[in-house]
Design a protein around this ligand. Structure first.
Ligand SMILES: Cc1cc2nc3c(=O)[nH]c(=O)nc-3n(C[C@H](O)[C@H](O)[C@H](O)COP(=O)(O)OP(=O)(O)OC[C@H]3O[C@@H](n4cnc5c(N)ncnc54)[C@H](O)[C@@H]3O)c2cc1C
Length: 384
């Protein structure tokens, strides 16, 4: 990997091209064939696409090789995810789940038995999991907001409480839940068939609705605890940085694709006797979008490059990347909808869906305010 010289290795460039071509050839037409009532790629379409993806080796690419994944590092992943999201349902997961569903990274901190029980089967059998931090009392400040409790009992842990806005909860077979224990916030892994779990959809502007997940006296086994008791939020930190890089890469990919679709339109569409692309007002929209998208991509690549090297500034860099890319992506998709006119809002194109997804992306995995807070902390050290 030669990010320092701005050249991608031949191997990474070939993988990114393979993912881009697969997405354009298989996922985009499959989505286009769905009626407007669909909010995700339904089974069995998803199953067929997954079989094809696995055949060409595009499966859980960012999961460790030793657990059955593709073993991509952070930098390779952001390059690949940018290409994997040039289709409608690329939120909440790039490829719409076609390339598998990599387990929550906190599970990698589990015991060998937990890895065998949760991680390997999730990759081998395409199982979906959820991560539940946020609650009715808030998501931005989980250290204070988490009210869900896990009480140590004779035969394990008794889980009680309510999680809010949880993605994938309706079809997840397992989940990671953060709960308050005697020594702080701890992470637990559970089977969603455990008695006492109630899952209720929360309709919202994004196609992929999140869910309320309620736990009433859910008895979890002793070995449900991940890592050390009280260390849950430290473990979640690793997941957040990875999640932020993924959001940043997808926002860049979507913005780039929205520009491509709008540029094709601007070249063809004529008003007052000339194509839109000949108007300076339209040209400046593309120029500004290009500057912003390239800047967001560079921030994303830099953050991933730092993450691969385990550098301490990687967390802040990931915050900058996600902030820049999601705010930019939202603005660029909005501008490209404007260029496309009414067609930009039509469900025939994916822009209206991306617009709604990117609006949500400015709150998920670190709201824009909390990301700014992370960045400002270093700028104003000592003055806060
Ligand atoms: C579609 C969707 C899917 C989601 N999926 C998941 C999931 O799978 N798992 C999960 O755990 N959570 C999930 N969330 C929850 C998400 O992480 C939270 O919405 C987010 O953390 C914000 O929390 P909140 O909504 O409770 O807002 P609050 O914490 O109440 O904050 C409200 C507003 O105030 C701002 N704010 C907060 N503190 C400050 C401050 N100090 N200074 C300035 N502004 C501040 C916030 O940025 C936000 O804009 C999802 C949310 C959505 C919308």
């Amino acid at each position: 990997m030669t990010f320092a010289g701005f050249d991608l290795s031949d191997e990474l460039a070939a993988l990114a091209n393979l993912v881009r071509d697969f997405t354009a050839r298989e996922i985009v037409p499959a989505e286009a064939a769905l009626g407007p009532e669909h909010r995700s790629i339904p089974q069995p379409v998803l199953g067929d696409l997954r079989t094809k993806a696995r055949q060409v080796g595009l499966w859980c690419m960012d999961a460790p090789e030793e657990y059955g994944g593709g073993g991509l590092g952070a930098f390779d992943s952001v390059v690949v995810w940018e290409q994997a999201c040039k289709h409608r349902f690329c939120f909440p997961i790039a490829g719409g789940g076609v390339f598998g569903h990599t387990p929550p990274v906190v599970l990698y901190a589990g015991t060998p038995e937990q890895i065998d029980t949760w991680v390997r089967p999730a990759i081998a059998e395409a199982r979906t999991g959820f991560s539940a931090v946020a609650e009715p009392s808030g998501g931005t400040d989980p250290k204070r907001a988490i009210r869900t409790t896990a009480e140590r009992v004779a035969d394990g842990w008794l889980l009680n409480g309510t999680k809010m806005w949880i993605t994938h909860a309706d079809h997840a077979e397992y989940g990671v839940v953060y709960a308050r224990t005697a020594s702080g916030i701890s992470a637990f892994v559970l089977d969603t068939s455990t008695p006492g779990i109630t899952i209720t959809p929360i309709p919202m502007m994004r196609d992929a609705w999140p869910f309320e997940v309620r736990f009433d006296d859910c008895l979890l086994p002793e070995d449900a605890l991940i890592g050390e008791e009280g260390h849950g939020l430290t473990l979640a930190g690793a997941w957040l940085s990875k999640g932020r890089l993924s959001y940043a890469a997808r926002a860049v990919g979507v913005a780039e694709e929205a520009m491509r679709l709008a540029a094709d339109w601007a070249a063809e569409r004529e008003t007052f006797g000339a194509p839109l692309a000949t108007r300076q007002a339209i040209q400046f929209v593309f120029a500004d979008a290009r500057v912003a998208v390239d800047a967001a991509r560079l921030l994303t690549w830099r953050a991933a490059w730092l993450a691969d090297r385990g550098r301490p500034e990687a967390r802040r860099a990931a915050a900058m990347a996600k902030l820049s890319a999601t705010e930019t992506g939202f603005g660029v998709v909005d501008q490209m909808i404007q260029v496309l006119g009414a067609m930009g809002l039509a469900r025939e194109l994916p822009l209206e869906s991306w617009f709604r997804d990117l609006r949500a992306a400015r709150l998920i995995e670190g709201s824009s305010e909390i990301l700014r807070d992370i960045v400002a902390r270093d700028e104003l050290r000592g003055a806060r």
